[in-house]
Design a protein around this ligand. Structure first.
Ligand code: 13P
Length: 243
């Protein structure tokens, strides 16, 4: 069974209400693409983005959530709240959250359980630092992150993995095609549902490199940061998935 490509944009801490016209600009290309298209805006825009995407086939998602469904956690957002606002997916364990908020694999696993319990699809991010790659430890680090972050009982549950080498995020550097191929094959071999689980590549995906990355057999889509903020760039990446 072929896996449908997923082209996902992570807006990170960017976007105001005035930026929602973005969705009108990508609606046509998204509708004619064989790929699934997802945008994860900041939580403040989620409900408005979901309303703009109604009838377009574009999904929206959260960038993080709390592991609990509700309670005394000031400033946090639960998976149920994201779902209520229109989310279908939730990014978890992004390296910026692992670094800025000290998120551990165990925390990400608990969040993944919460996302699945809410009926949403987790996108679990893994990736090595530059020092870890230079020390020849990239594969060991990523497979350990994966083992620690996967939900307790992922069988028959849809989840997505994003391989995002930390040194490639926002730097303009991308992993070589052969490094991506090798890492995605290693990730697939470590998954409980290897045939159906989509594995995205993230890290300076741009119109210029999207086609060669998306052509790799174990790359099932992209998680795009900077280039997802500009409709023309993101459209080129959506179109690259259809070739
Ligand atoms: P850039 O595409 O800006 O490198 O960001 C990648 C990323 O972190 C997506 O989650």
């Amino acid at each position: 069974m072929p896996r449908t490509a997923l082209i996902a944009g992570n807006w990170k801490m960017n976007g105001l209400a005035a930026d929602l016209d973005f969705f009108d600009a990508i609606a046509g290309p998204a509708a004619s693409s064989p790929a699934d298209v997802l945008i994860c805006p900041p939580a403040t825009l989620l409900a408005a983005a979901a309303a703009r995407c109604a009838d377009t086939g574009i999904s929206v998602g959260g960038q993080d959530c709390h592991a609990h469904e509700a309670g005394a956690h000031t400033g946090d957002i639960s998976a149920a709240m994201l779902k209520d606002a229109g989310a279908r997916y939730v990014i978890l364990g992004h390296s910026e959250r692992r670094a800025d908020h000290g998120e551990s694999d165990a925390m990400i696993r608990a969040k993944a359980d919460a996302v699945l319990a809410a009926g949403l699809i987790p996108i679990i991010c893994v990736g090595e630092t530059k020092a870890e790659r230079e020390a020849g430890k990239a594969q060991a680090v990523v497979t350990a992150q994966l083992a620690g972050s996967l939900p307790d009982n992922p069988q028959n549950m849809e989840l997505v993995i994003a391989y995002e080498p930390v040194w490639a995020i926002g730097t303009g550097l991308t992993a070589s095609v052969s490094d991506v191929e090798e890492m995605h094959a290693a990730i697939r071999a470590a998954l409980p549902e290897p045939l159906t689980t989509r594995i995205l590549y993230g890290g300076s995906v741009k119109p210029a490199n999207a086609e060669s990355l998306l052509a790799l057999p174990d790359v099932d889509g992209a998680l795009v940061g900077g280039a997802s903020l500009k409709a023309s760039d993101f459209t080129s990446i959506i179109n690259a998935a259809g070739r």
